[in-house]
Design a protein around this ligand. Structure first.
Ligand SMILES: Cc1ncc(COP(=O)(O)O)c(C=O)c1O
Length: 393
């Protein structure tokens, strides 16, 4: 045995997730485990659903955390809503859109892809044209906050177009929930999934999901059985539903749910719109520092996602070496580019509890110092002044 008791090194997490977990959440996780059908636990589950509805801005009864990471939230939506043969229009402008296509195929559906360049928002006109050309489509799916590129698409507009063509909608809000505007009921989103480890400041491993009545009607009216036992909402609802008698489906991750409850209480204390504003404010401060270092953001300003900043790697700089040195010398994690952006960008996250001034100052100071050390002109003092000015408003 080389690790008698694992003690993780001290890190600052400014990659694409997980983000720094708030100490209050870590403290909640360490509380004693109780039975997952204990009345005290069931009462906490009920409150957890209320808190999730508040975070999603929705009254949807079917709102709960799936006991698995964001990918299981994605799979829950597709496996329950797609019936074999369904035509599903998927907007792809990054890695997670491509995963949606794979989910459609595995659920027996026929994907129709609306492709946009990585680093740009989904084009609503292209979606409209595609739906005109595919009158029988049943569903439209897209990623609101593409973590692979740092792009935010106009979810309200895309949902409205989908509905005009008679389609239900699946929205990936893994990186947007708690970090930028998301209004399930006002925008009439039919099905939405997220993850606990991003703007909720919680540990990885839980996937909040929410389904409206239209989505529920499609699930209840399925002609074929859902192809997954674990993710079949008809069964999961027996445990997470509102009936007095809850039935065993699986053993819930009890302590992880204490953590999510704490994270959502904190979000409510802060105020959802204040949390969105904080993510935006801190993005502007980071941007000021990065630009003063001579770095460029990949995404056009109007399409940027405040909580995930894709930064172009300057010519001649070894991007992997910079990331490795940030981790070794400063305990700071930032993300690499994915797919076609591999080697071309760094992804700097300001997600949840990571979205705070101390992290921005550390990141700009460390990146500037390293780039200078590697012979790249990076005026670190000036960049820190810019961050301070932006933070001061
Ligand atoms: C937009 C998006 N969708 C889905 C996922 C998958 O979530 P998880 O890694 O928790 O399974 C992620 C994870 O980063 C994501 O950013």
């Amino acid at each position: 045995m080389t690790i008698p008791s694992f003690r993780p090194p001290v890190r600052t997490l400014m990659g694409p997730g997980p983000a720094d977990v708030h100490p209050r959440v870590l403290a909640a996780l360490a509380r004693p485990t109780i039975g997952h059908l204990d009345p005290a636990f069931l009462a906490m589950m009920d409150e957890l659903k209320e808190l999730l509805r508040a975070a999603f801005l929705s009254d949807n009864l079917l709102t709960m955390p799936v006991s698995a990471p964001g990918s299981a939230g994605m799979e829950t939506c597709f496996i329950n809503l797609v019936e074999p043969g369904d035509k599903v229009v998927v907007c792809v402008n990054g890695l997670f859109g491509t995963r949606m296509v794979e989910n459609v195929v595995r659920a027996g559906g026929q994907p129709v892809v609306v492709a946009d360049p990585w680093g740009r928002a989904v084009d609503p006109n292209k979606l409209d044209e595609t739906l005109r050309a595919n009158p029988g489509a049943a569903l439209v799916a897209f990623v609101q906050a593409e973590t692979s590129t740092g792009v935010c698409s106009d979810a309200a507009a895309l949902v409205e177009i989908a509905h005009r063509h008679g389609c239900l909608t699946i929205v990936d809000a893994v990186t947007s929930l708690g970090g930028s505007e998301l209004r399930l009921d006002a925008w009439q989103v039919d099905a939405c999934y997220s993850g606990s480890q991003k703007c909720l400041s919680c540990t990885p491993g839980l996937a909040p999901v929410s389904f409206n009545e239209r989505a529920l009607a499609k699930i209840k009216g399925r002609k074929t059985k859902v192809r997954s036992w674990f993710l079949d909402l008809n069964l999961v609802m027996g445990y997470w539903g509102s009936e007095q008698r809850r039935t065993y489906h699986h053993t819930a991750p009890v302590n992880a749910l204490y953590g999510l409850h704490e994270a959502l209480v904190m979000l409510e204390e802060e105020g959802l719109e204040n949390a969105w504003a904080r993510h935006r404010r801190n993005h502007l401060a980071l941007r000021a520092g990065l630009e003063a270092l001579g770095l460029e953001l990949l995404v056009p300003e109007a399409e940027r996602l405040p909580q995930l900043n894709a930064v172009r790697v300057p010519a001649g700089v070894d991007e992997a070496l910079v990331r490795a040195r940030l981790l070794q010398e400063y305990g700071l994690e930032i993300g690499a580019g994915l797919g076609e952006l591999a080697g071309k960008v760094w992804r700097i996250g300001l997600l949840g509890y990571s979205s705070r001034p101390a992290n921005i100052l550390l990141c700009v100071a460390a990146l500037g110092t390293l780039l200078s050390d590697l012979g790249h002109r990076a005026p670190t003092g000036e960049a820190l002044d810019q961050v301070q000015m932006a933070l001061a408003g």
